[in-house]
Design a protein. Structure first.
Length: 97
């Protein structure tokens, strides 16, 4: 298998990561290989069936405060979201593969 490198603007890389995650791919590479195969077979879709949402990083304390202030979420759920964010690639300094 050959390796290729491409450069993407940050916003496009974030959209790529979100699209791969939403569609259940384990990595950017798997998503792009699948997309390229479909394109070359003439089966690529003009639009993706699911919207791509890009999360803009903000301090975790702000996330907690905003969720609590909305009154829509109980403490257990808010704590769970904050713990999950703290372990996520966005906050833990990990990179998507």
């Amino acid at each position: 298998m050959r390796t290729i490198n491409i450069s993407l603007p940050d916003s496009l890389a974030q959209q790529l990561d979100a699209a791969a995650t939403v569609r259940g791919f384990a990595s950017r590479s798997e998503f792009l290989r699948d997309l390229l195969r479909k394109y070359l077979e003439g089966k690529s879709e003009a639009k993706f069936p699911l919207p791509i949402v890009v999360y803009k990083k903000q301090p975790i304390d702000n996330v907690r405060r905003d969720m609590e202030a909305s009154g829509k979420y109980n403490k257990k759920f808010v704590d769970s979201v904050v713990r999950g964010l703290a372990r996520s690639s966005v906050y833990a300094g990990k990179t998507a593969k």
